[in-house]
Design a protein around this ligand. Sequence first.
Ligand code: AMP
Ligand code: MG
Length: 399
Amino acid sequence: MALLHPDEALEMIEALNPEPRTETVKLDEALGRALAEEVLAPEDSPPFAKAAMDGFAVSSADPGPSWRLAAALAAGDAPARALARGECAKIMTGAMLPPGADRVVRVEYTREQGGTVTLLTEEPYANVIPRGENLRRGERVLGPRVLSPQDIGVLASLGRAEVRVAVRPVVGVLATGSELRNPGETLGPGQIYNSNGLQACAQVSAAGGRPRYYGIVRDEPEALRAAVGRALEECDLLLLSGGVSMGELDFVPGVLKDCGAEILFHKIAIKPGKPTLFARRERPGASGAAHSTYAFGLPGNPVSAFVIFEVFVRPLLARLQGLRFAPRTVHARLAEAVKRRDTERVELRPVRLERGEVRSLTFHGSAHLNALSGADALLRLEIGVSRLEEGSWTDVRLL
Ligand code: AMP
Ligand code: MG
């Protein structure tokens, strides 16, 4: 059977339209959250014309070269009266211009003596920040996106103390495998540490989700059915690792079906991560509307689990927060040729970026987790492509 092309798998995920729940949070808790409203400027920004320099506010209709000093205005002062003809006001950067003034002559271009200010050097600049220069009242400022520190700054500048954001999706993480022990425990013969569990929890947090860790479940169908059944009730999305391939003890696909989930795809033409499985279970919501719980069966190999999360789980987590995920890419030159023999799958190969060039890692395959933490990006090889030449240009996807 032909494997599903990864682009088709991604399209299926992108086409999902779950209705994200929203909540209002204080601005100091909004970093990294998915904005769930259209933010419009409530007022012009800045709300008044202000001085861009320290100097003297004058009217351009009253060119001087001398003015009588009539007032002094600091940032935060409300001018008491308008300037009359022949007058100027001492003004500090950020202070509101008095009515009648539309220009600031810089202090260093003037001489002040006995209450009279004289212009020494003409310049072409008005040194005024006009009202509404940054934003006009009613202008669209931000829409749905992951809020960055800069966005927090913009929202604060509009006077927003709170914003509406998507509720963080609850993402269950469950590692299957009788060989697994948790970090901190002692390994017996044949046992390894469960790295996928905490790695996936970290990826969930980094992608805006709330991880709910179910620990390790042994490769026993009864135990797995109980754990999966409970997790599907408690989560918006469940990530299972291991047990998803063709082995005798790979119980994940059967258990998901037993729990009422429909398999949307199983096995993708991708390397690493071919056994990947994606499923959905409908459950009646409080209001009667169906609410879907999604599940991924991630491969047990830690590099595969990581890459599949990046490529398929992140876009779903974005959809669950009302967003679309767009990976950041850079166009870069290959410092050395990239070769492979098997060209039946799309391959995503971890690479380093060094002085703007793509370098391969010493990479022993899907279990070589420590190579992954030295990677900056994923290089994509299309189906049928066995070689990329040294010096050729390609887009790599940043991690
Ligand atoms: P599986 O997909 O269950 O066949 O596992 C594939 C490989 O990944 C095996 O070598 C497993 O021991 C290993 N593996 C499975 N689960 C984990 C995990 N949670 N952490 C680290 N390695 C794992
Ligand atoms: Mg296993």
